[in-house]
Structures are given as C-alpha cells and as structure tokens.
Design a binder for this molecule. Structure first.
Ligand code: XMP
Length: 530
C-alpha cells in the first residue's frame, strides 16, 4: 500500500471515481441503519447514512448508484411518521426499501399496507415464490429476521411479489422496470443468513456497482486530503495508544511526514508497560516524531484527596489540556490538530442523521473546541472495524489494532469510592496485568469489548493465608461483550480461567486477598464502575 499511498493526481481521480460508486442509505430512524451502511461497505461499495429528509438536490448532486431506505420504528399510518417523498423513486436510481422503507414505498406507489393483527418479531421463514432479480441464485427457503407489525398485503401496481412468510403475504417485491425493490426482512443482521447475498444482488446486479471499494481506498483519499489541507503547516497529535488516535496519527505521518509531532501525555494512570509500548510502536517502529510528557507527579498531586468520580474526571481532563498546551507551546503552537473522530461520532453528533445524542463524559482526555487549532480528522468516514483494517494495512501490530477501548482518565476511575494513590495504582496495575495475561493466553481478548479490574479503594476483607489472618484489598473482575458500548453483557468467562486469575492475583499481589466477578449487564449497570 505504501507505494499506492504516494498518490499522484491520476490516483486521486480514481478515488473520486470510487466515491461516485456510492450507495446512500436514507435513515428512517431504524435501529440498524448504521449497520446497513456497514454491510454495504463490507460488500465493497462505499456507503453513507443520511437523514430520510435529505434535500433531493443533494441526492442528485451525489448521483449515487443506488438508494436504500432503512427500517424505522414508526407505523406508516402514525401521525408524524417519516414520509417517503415519491420524487426519490423517480430519479432513475435503483431503490431498495427495507422493512419500514419497503412499507413506505409500497404505500407511496399504491400498494396495500395494513397493520396486521399479529406482528412478526424475530426469526421467520421466508419462502421465495419467484426469484426475480433480487433473489436470483438464492435458495427458495431461507431463514430471516423480521421486526414489524405493518405488513404489505398487495404489491404496488407493476411490481411482482417475490416472497412471503407466515405473517407477511408480501415479504419482498420488485419492479424491475422502475428499479424499485422492497424487502420486509432485515438483510443487515446476522440472523438473516442470506441477507448479505440479497444486498449484493442489489448492489452488483441491480445498481451495477464495481464492488471494489475498501477501507484502504479511504486511506488513500484521506492522505491526499491531509496533504491538501495541511500544506507545509505543522501538525500536532495527542496520542493515547488507542487504535483511533494511532491510525489517525499514522495516516497524517504518511501524508506529511515529520511535519507531524505526536504528544503522549503519560498521566501515570496507564496500565503496565503501556507508555513503553506506545513509544516502541511510534518512535522506534514507525519513526514518528514523538514527545512523551511525563506528568505522573502532576496528576497524582491534583488527584490527592479527591474521591468523587466526576471531580476526578474533570481534574484529569483539565490537567491533560494544560500539559498538552504546554507541549504545543514548546513546539511553537502548530496550526493543525489531529483528532480520531469516527463516522459513528459524526452520525451521533447529528452530522449524519440529524439525531443529536452526544455522549457526554466520554471525551475526557480529549481537547476542548476553543483551542486554537484547525482540526485534521482523517477517520471521519470510517467505522471502527474499518479503522482497524486501515491500521493493519498501515503495518500496525495486531496488539495495537485490536486494543480494547481504555478510558481517557485511565485507572483513576477504576479505583472506586476513594482516593487514587500510588500504592492503589500499583495494585490495580498488577491485577490488570494478570487478568489481561490470562485472557490473552486463553485466546479470548478479541471476543471481549473490554476486560479490566476494579479496586474498591476503602474496602478490605478478612482472609486466611498461611494459617494467618489477612486483611486485604478486594479486586473485582469486569469483562463485557458489546458492539458499541451503548449496551453490554457480562462475559461468561470460563470457570477455570477465572480460577487461574483469582489464584494468581492472590499469590502474586500481597495486598490482595479476595477476587470477585461483576455480573451486571448494561443497562442497568454501566461498563465502568465510576
Ligand atoms: P460506561 O461506563 O458509561 O462506558 O458504560 C462506556 C464506554 O466509555 C468508556 N468510558 C470513558 N472513556 N473517558 C473516556 O475516554 C471517560 O471518562 C469514560 N468513562 C467511560 C468506557 O470504558 C466504555 O468503553
């Protein structure tokens, strides 16, 4: 890829060409709208999620190869239900309606849509009566996943009903002359085994996409963009060791080389060897100019006597900014700042769908908007898994690419209900090391969204060790599975693994005499304890 990254004008044109191959997903408020865009990209077609009310001119300007109308929670008959504008169906661009998208389309075109007496939620069996273009080459009997009450009873005039299920007389239809397609089931979820094939039929055969897009091609485009934006200016990047800031920094380095300086603020709240690993990866391996600001003393001094979680977060955030600003000043205040903003952040902050659900405390350790930098955000178009793919392409180690998320305030918010001290950090760091070591050895690290330890600061328990009474710290193991941290389930770690972890922690860490497991999902719990 390195050669390809030295893009000239010709390659840049190719990238632009790849983007005109895009398929737009119009969001009618469905739970899986983002997932549809991700699946389309996995099929090799660039895709963006836009609100269902996106101006028609914007759609025309983009000239997408196809439109996908997402599902949504409303009934097509309810007040204020998002309306499908019929003009969208007349642009000469193939349209695929999914669930609500299909119903809205059928309604708009004069089909019969009614609320069924029985809803269809979860697993369903689909029978394909006529394969048409949408199901060509696919089995006549398929399992699929449905979630609807409104149902299409008759397809619109001119359209052919293709499939049915027990509760959906028309579970799919197509009007090849007008390029309009509808499916009641959700092709984007894993519970629809042929879902990706149906999407591929639409993208490949119907829309004529060349199916060659990859996350790597965004990398090339971004590198060209960064060069254009930055010119010969100086760039600074706060490196946390997480995959987002790491990939963003590497892309910028590929684009403008040593015009970039990375700053790693070591607040002393990291896990064991974390600082060394960041230095080894960036300075030694990628030869990216890197400044390590050793600020442990400053952070610990700030945290002295502080027990309240939000106060900890605020102090750490404020101190982080102070250290970062000092380093920026030493570098002569570069004009540009790299941020690892992801496409899901863009969507969540209203950039994509108009929905304004911004996560509040999760940006601690980030930088406030009033800093005098111009932002460079090379990951704005990428989903997390695509960022990982780009990282791997850029030669990042598997360990860095697959690193679990780690909160900005670090171990400080895992020493709960009491003061953060050097001793407690050391205990927590040792416990965390044992847990990660065993989880990695068991090959489970990647299956977990996060795995870590929590140390109740002021809790001690009585034990008996070597015939003597002990009075020690309690370590809590927290391991969760999740897709996006919005919801999470506690991970069912094998008993023998848990036993090894507990016994190692108690044997290797003299201050610890009890290990417990947190079995709370989110909601009602949160992932972190503070
Ligand atoms: P919760 O605890 O709210 O966490 O379920 C959801 C995700 O966010 C991470 N998290 C943070 N990240 N600064 C961060 O950068 C924070 O203050 C913070 N608090 C929680 C948490 O690790 C999980 O991935």
């Amino acid at each position: 890829m390195t050669d390809a990254l030295a893009t000239g004008a010709a390659e840049r044109e190719q990238v632009t060409e790849a983007k005109t191959q895009e398929v737009l997903v119009l969001d009618f408020g469905g739970q899986y709208s983002q997932l549809i865009a991700r699946r389309v990209r996995e099929c090799g077609v660039f895709s963006e999620l836009l609100p269902h009310h996106v101006p028609l001119d914007e759609v025309r300007r983009r000239a997408p190869r196809g439109l996908i109308l997402s599902g949504g929670p409303a009934s097509v008959y309810s007040d204020g239900a998002p309306r499908l504008r019929s003009e969208l169906l007349e642009l000469g661009i193939p349209v695929l309606g999914i669930c609500y998208g299909m119903q809205a389309m059928a309604l708009e075109l004069g089909g019969r849509v009614e609320s069924a007496p029985v809803g269809e939620f979860g697993r369903s069996e689909l029978t394909v009566h006529e394969h048409g273009r949408l199901f060509a080459g696919l089995p006549s009997e398929q399992r699929c996943w449905m979630s609807h009450r409104d149902t299409v009873f008759e397809p619109p005039a001119g359209a052919t009903a293709l499939a049915s299920s027990s509760e959906s007389p028309v579970a799919a239809f197509e009007d090849t002359a007008r390029g309009l397609y509808g499916i009641q089931f959700h092709p984007e979820v894993v519970h629809t085994p042929y879902g990706t094939d149906v999407l591929r039929r639409f993208l490949d055969d119907i829309c004529g996409c060349d199916m060659s897009w990859s996350a790597a091609s965004v990398a090339e485009e971004q590198i060209a963009r960064i060069r254009e934006q930055v010119g010969d200016g100086r760039v600074i990047c706060g490196l946390s060791g997480g995959v987002d800031s790491s990939v963003a920094a590497l892309l910028v380095h590929r684009a403008v080389g040593d015009q970039l300086t990375c700053v790693f603020v070591d607040h002393g709240l990291m896990r064991r060897n974390e600082g060394e690993q960041v230095v080894a990866a960036f300075r030694d391996n990628f030869h990216v100019p890197l400044i390590v600001a050793n600020a442990e003393e400053r952070f610990l001094a700030r945290l002295a006597g502080v027990t309240e979680p939000e106060q900890k977060r605020k102090l750490i955030g404020a101190e982080f900014i102070r250290v970062f600003e000092e380093e920026a000043a030493k570098l002569g205040n570069p004009k540009f700042l790299v941020q690892g903003t992801l496409y899901s952040d863009v969507i969540e902050s209203g950039g994509g769908t108009g929905a304004a659900t911004i996560k509040s405390h999760h940006n601690v350790g980030g930088l406030p908007e009033d800093l005098e930098f111009e932002l460079v955000e090379p990951l704005r178009m990428l989903f997390k898994d695509e960022v990982r793919a780009v990282g791997a392409e850029l030669g990042m180690s598997e360990r860095l690419v697959w690193r679990q998320p780690f909160p900005g305030p670090g171990l400080a918010i895992r020493i709960v209900g009491g003061e953060v001290t050097r001793e407690r950090l050391a205990i927590l760091r040792d416990a965390d090391y044992v847990l990660q070591d065993e989880i990695r050895s068991a090959g489970l690290y990647r299956d977990l969204w996060q795995s870590f330890c929590v140390l109740p600061a002021d809790l001690r328990s009585v034990g008996v060790q070597g015939d003597e009474r002990s009075y020690g710290y309690v370590v809590v193991i927290r391991a969760v599975t999740s897709d996006d941290a919005m919801t999470a389930d506690w991970a069912r770690l094998p008993y023998d693994l848990l036993e090894r972890v507990a016994s190692r922690m108690i044997n290797e860490i003299p201050q610890v005499n009890r290990v417990t497991l947190d079995i709370t999902s989110k909601p009602p719990g949160t992932i972190e304890w503070e």
